[in-house]
Design a protein around this ligand. Structure first.
Ligand code: FMN
Length: 158
């Protein structure tokens, strides 16, 4: 699994999914400062236009995996800029994908569509978790079926 998180929500969901699936997890880190109001505005502007950023080097090679789960916050109805960049850099290396996002409540479908267009593949499963579901701790009922479907499709028999 790879994910990006600016303020920690996507990280929380990523940690939970990775714990349940017992899968490898890697945080995508950006070299750009996205704090404060300027960072917020810049991020929305760049995401809406599909701009790229420069990522910190990441360690894992997606071509080593049968399935890559990709997590992102929704930014202006789009994947976050770091995740957009990651997908463009690794499109040809991702054999199968599943997506999750965290968001305020609008733009998840377009975000998933953009992500699948970028890699040229439909995800095997998606799940969108709202800020409210995270805050009220009611996201388990969405995460559980996602985890179950991913497990069923990619059960590792060792
Ligand atoms: C630049 C920016 C744009 C955003 N645009 C949207 C949006 O279009 N729709 C939405 O529901 N939430 C939007 N949000 C809210 C985030 O998707 C939400 O807070 C998310 O859970 C943050 O995840 P994180 O804590 O992992 O960074 C936006 C947040 C930022 C910073």
């Amino acid at each position: 699994m790879v994910y990006y998180s600016r303020t920690g929500r996507t990280r929380d969901v990523a940690s939970q999914i990775a714990r349940e699936l017992k899968c490898d997890i890697e945080e995508i880190r950006d070299t750009q400062n996205r704090t404060g109001i300027i960072g917020f505005l810049k991020s929305g502007y760049q995401a809406a236009r599909g701009k790229d950023t420069v990522l910190e080097p990441y360690e894992r090679d997606p071509s080593d995996y049968d399935l890559v789960i990709v997590g992102t916050p929704v930014w202006a109805g789009n994947p976050s800029v770091p995740v957009g960049t990651y997908l463009r850099e690794n499109a040809s290396k991702i054999k199968n994908a599943a997506f999750f996002c965290t968001y305020g409540g609008s733009g998840a479908e377009g975000t998933f569509r953009r992500m699948s267009e970028t890699i040229g593949k439909e995800p095997i499963q998606t799940v969108a978790i709202t800020e409210r579901e995270i805050k009220e701790n009611t996201c388990d009922c969405k995460i559980e079926p996602f985890v179950r479907d991913v497990e069923a499709a990619f059960r590792t028999e060792e």
